[in-house]
Write a protein that binds this ligand. Structure first.
Ligand code: SF4
Length: 328
């Protein structure tokens, strides 16, 4: 068995709604290896963010509830830690950055105060040492005039700069794992690429592992070593990033790939990218059989009634699709 930084086993998460409990994450298992960048990809509503938030027990309970599973980190199950033990892990060992930095940054505190807070809380630094460390991480995020920025407030920065500050704050205590939930969605394409470069650079410098949650398969294949594709709360395909992108096995992965703009290819005016038809099913009305079957261009009769299971088809590659069984 490969050494893992984090091992998620059979994680199930549900939410209470008007019509009873809805399962948002339905028994997913994976491991994040030391020093790797692992991407979890899927459209909105596929369960990827709920799954990521559950790792640090950040889903609101109620209405959310972790129904089953384990999240092993350092031989401890994060689901069994006391709130105090979990606070120690958050920020120090496992840090998280979110899509919108404005929801995480406090508008009435200077960036310096906010950057120094986790350093003072998790390390034995003096205020001067915390200040120096904060300036250092801002500089490592290629933020110009970092000492000046320490005295500014979040609203004085652009969206891209705020996201850099969030990453700086997350890596300031040298976490072993960084969970990045759609870290570039609110930014324009050029800034997105810069933020991805920074994340990759930070990983190379620190050796931390990164769990990258995104809807954009194209964006992650450049920097992730492995990719997990989720649909309707379950893993439908996983494998090395380059293989999965070059030869997707699941029709949903192929749809995600086809919706990625091709670099260097000029899009014809008026022509849209090929997208996956239909919508992600609502959690209280999941289709029978394969949950993707109403949208699948390769659907077969058995797909409508029989649910495929995730199975390994090649070393390191898993897929849940009847097509794969038919071809093997
Ligand atoms: Fe499509 Fe059938 Fe495969 Fe589901 S099992 S993805 S419906 S071919």
């Amino acid at each position: 068995m490969t050494a893992s930084e984090l091992r998620v086993e059979n994680l199930k998460v549900s939410f209470s709604g008007e019509n009873g409990r809805l399962t948002a994450v339905n028994g997913i298992s994976y491991c994040l290896k030391p020093g790797e960048i692992l991407a979890i990809v899927g459209e909105s509503g596929c369960g990827k963010t709920v799954g990521a938030l559950s790792l640090l027990r950040l889903i609101p309970e109620p209405p959310g509830r972790i129904d089953a599973g384990s999240i092993l980190f350092d031989s401890r199950d994060l689901l069994k830690l006391t709130p105090w033990e979990l606070r120690e892990v958050r920020g120090k060992d496992i840090a998280m950055i979110f899509q919108d930095p404005m929801t995480s940054l406090n508008p009435v505190l200077t960036l310096g105060d906010q950057l120094m807070e986790p350093i003072l809380r998790h390390t034995a630094s003096t205020r001067q040492e915390a200040w120096d460390r904060a300036v250092e991480v801002l500089r490592s995020m290629e933020i110009p005039s970092p000492a000046e920025k320490m005295k500014q407030y979040p609203h004085q920065l652009s969206g891209g700069m705020r996201q850099r500050v969030m990453i700086a704050m997350a890596v300031s205590c040298s976490p072993r794992i960084l969970i990045a939930d759609e870290p570039t969605t609110a930014l324009d394409v050029l800034i997105q690429a810069q933020i991805m470069d920074l994340l990759q650079h930070a990983q190379e410098q620190t050796g931390m592992s990164i769990l990258l949650i995104t809807h954009d398969l194209g964006m992650v294949t450049e920097i992730a070593q492995r990719v997990i594709v989720m649909y309707a709360g379950e893993i439908v395909e996983s494998g090395p990033a380059d293989e999965l992108f070059q030869t997707p096995l699941h029709p949903y992965t192929l749809g995600l790939k086809n919706s990625v703009p091709k670099l260097g290819h000029k899009q014809e005016p008026g022509k849209r990218l090929v997208e996956i038809s239909g919508n992600v099913p609502s959690l209280n009305q999941l289709p029978s059989g394969c949950a993707f079957h109403p949208r699948c261009p390769s659907v077969m009769e058995r797909c409508k009634t029989e649910k495929p299971v995730l199975r390994e088809v090649d070393p390191g590659r898993e897929v849940s699709c009847w097509l794969e069984e038919a071809s093997s």
